[in-house]
Every structure is written in C-alpha cells, then in structure tokens.
Design a protein around this ligand. Structure first.
Ligand SMILES: [Zn+2]
Length: 189
C-alpha cells in the first residue's frame, strides 16, 4: 500500500505552518478551505500576498512599512516634526497610530546591531523630544542608554513611555487605552 500523500496540499499546509502563531490544525483547516471550499478566496489571498511582498519596502527615513521611498507619516506635512517616537517594530507604529493621539514622527530600531548611527543623527535633525516607546526589558533599557549616549551632545529631551506597560510584553498586545496613557504620562530618561 502506498503512503497517503497529496503533495501540493501538504506543501500548502507547511507554508501556512511557517507563519507565526499558526499550528498544524489551523494550517490544515486553512489549506482545505482554500483548495476545496473557496478557491476564489485562495486566489485573492495569493494575489494579496504577492502584491504585499512586492510593493512594500522600508521607508528610507524611519524604516516604517511603505509603498514609496518615504512612508505616509514621513511625507505628511501636518505631522509634528519636532517629536520623534522610537519603536522596535513597524507593528508598534500601527498600534500607536490606532490611538490617534500621537502627532509626531517615528524611528524604528529593532536591535542595536542594526542601528546606523549616521542615519539616526540625520533622523533627529530638528527634533526636540525623543520618546522611547519600547516594552520595558533589560535589552530595551540598554538600547535607550546607548541611543541617548550617541545623541548626548544635542539639546534633545529624552522621555520613555510610563511603566504602565508590563515588562516583556510586546506593544501590539497592549490595548490602545493603556498605550495612550503610557504615552501621555511619559517620564524623563
Ligand atoms: Zn517614514
């Protein structure tokens, strides 16, 4: 007897399983839905994935997700160009933007190893306040100290979001209201 195997289906299941937070059961359910129940949704998904992957790049000024060289925030003349919020991920920008309270611009530093000092210096030209919106941890505290040290001979005022944000929790797991409060009651670093 041959081993039960449908190669194209199994490839689709394993492709889904490579995505974050998708286990085998969900991967099988989604793959089955696409190939057997709703092939139109499947083609739509394939098209959206291809378009997303091909058209989204990093903003050359702040590293946010963007369809153009500059993201919609960096190219918005009505944003407050004197306040810069430093975040770890473009996902954090989505969370903060959802609150609708922050009017400044952003800069993404995922980890210190990726930080280009000259690029950062360029990004803080004209900036009066830098707000660190990192989830509290030893690693992010080190990042704050490092960045502040690199920009020490500027007149920038450095703050970080208040400790209302629990240690080790990513910003996209925090509700918008808590994040808004943490931004409002930011403290000097
Ligand atoms: Zn940008």
């Amino acid at each position: 007897m041959k081993k039960y195997k449908i190669e194209a289906f199994e490839n689709l299941v394993s492709a889904f399983q490579e995505l974050p937070s998708i286990g085998k059961k969900s991967a099988i359910r989604m793959a089955y839905n696409i190939v057997m129940e709703d092939s139109f949704a499947g083609m739509k998904l394939a098209h959206a994935i291809e378009e997303g992957v091909n058209s989204i790049q990093r903003c050359k000024k702040c590293h946010n997700m963007s369809e153009d060289e500059l993201c919609f925030i960096c190219s918005d003349e009505f944003r407050d160009n004197t306040t810069l919020c430093v975040v770890q991920s473009a996902k954090d920008i989505i969370t903060i933007e959802e609150s609708g309270q922050y009017k400044g611009i952003y800069y993404i530093v995922t980890q210190l190893a990726d930080l280009d000092e000259y690029h950062l210096r360029d990004a803080v030209k004209g900036i009066e306040e830098v707000i660190f919106a990192f989830p509290p941890s030893l690693a992010t505290d080190t990042m704050i100290l490092y960045i502040e040290d690199k920009l020490a001979n500027s007149s920038i005022y450095f703050t970080k979001i208040a400790q209302g944000v629990p240690t080790g929790v990513e910003l996209d797991n925090i509700d918008v209201l808590s994040l808004t409060r943490a931004m409002e009651s930011r403290v000097k670093v």
